[in-house]
Design a protein around this ligand. Structure first.
Ligand SMILES: Cc1cc2nc3c(=O)[nH]c(=O)nc-3n(C[C@H](O)[C@H](O)[C@H](O)COP(=O)(O)O)c2cc1C
Length: 262
């Protein structure tokens, strides 16, 4: 396919791997991080545009919603969204479609991919064998999704079962996402902190500053968990529930790949 761009956001690598795998399945795709693109004037000449991101609170991460509200696209472009998620997409694609429709653009299709969940405040990383099984299925699904994209299929919205996803989104998204920018105040570092500063480097939105080498969270957090997941000594916690929980990041992704997003 000519002239395809994939804009992506990723904190623990799932969406980055999906974006890379899609790019290689489709050939000649540009991969552009949303954390960077949100500050730039984007190129409007692409014939096909994909948005690849994790589902947060049964909807879009704030940064992705903001990006969709400002991105300038060729109205003729074939636009699709690809969500990675640990269990249920909620109405992430519908939300993306509504934002774009309001701007005279069409979201042609929304694809969902099950990946290991990374929301440590609620659960630890799943067992390695289960992760490996998900990674194997992801590679299979990418082929199918790529075929749909190549054929410029319209009308696919992978948000089933709809009633459950609708309820989850309606009940939990608004209240949850509105807390996100200030949620940084609930992160903290234990005495295990080695003052390496990696947490500040992996933060995709520069919401962490170092004071005497230790992290301090500001007020525009995305709640993405990058700081907590990439800490080499597991010193970073969110409230109390993350203590002792197994951390997660995609094994094929390095901290440097996350840092390179901005
Ligand atoms: C703040 C937050 C909220 C999340 N909410 C959901 C959710 O509503 N539904 C779901 O299936 N997974 C949810 N997850 C899990 C992620 O969507 C999933 O692990 C995703 O693949 C992570 O992508 P990444 O590695 O590219 O950051 C959430 C994760 C975070 C950090």
């Amino acid at each position: 396919m000519n002239s395809l761009v994939l804009y992506y956001f990723s904190a623990t690598g799932n969406s980055l791997v999906v974006a890379k795998d899609l790019a290689s399945a489709l050939g000649a795709a540009q991969l552009i991080p949303i954390a960077k693109a949100i500050h730039d004037n984007n190129d409007q000449s692409y014939e096909a545009v994909g948005i690849v991101y994790p589902v947060y609170m049964f909807g879009l991460p704030l940064i992705v919603a903001q990006f969709l509200k400002k991105i300038r696209l060729n109205p003729q472009a074939y636009i699709f969204s690809v969500a990675t998620l640990g269990g249920a997409p909620g109405l992430a694609h519908t939300q993306a479609r509504n934002i774009l429709t309001g701007r005279g653009l069409e979201l042609a299709a929304g694809f969902s991919l099950l990946m290991p969940g990374n929301y440590t405040p609620l659960y630890g990383a799943i067992a390695q064998e289960k992760q490996d099984e998900m990674f194997r299925k992801e590679k299979e699904r990418i082929g199918i999704i790529a075929e749909n994209i190549r054929d410029k299929k319209r009308g696919i919205m992978e948000e089933k079962p709809f009633l459950l996803n609708f309820l989850l989104h309606k009940l939990l998204y608004k209240g949850g996402i509105s807390q996100v920018p200030l949620s940084g105040r609930n992160f903290w570092a234990t005495d295990a902190c080695i003052k390496c500063g990696l947490c500040a480097k992996v933060c995709p939105v520069e919401n962490i500053v170092l004071a005497d080498g230790r992290p301090k969270w500001l007020t525009h957090c995305q709640h993405c968990m990058a700081c907590l997941q990439w800490c080499p000594v597991e010193a970073i916690q969110y409230k109390k529930s993350t203590i002792g929980r197994k951390r997660y990041h995609h094994p094929a992704v390095a901290a440097q790949d996350i840092i390179a997003q901005k």
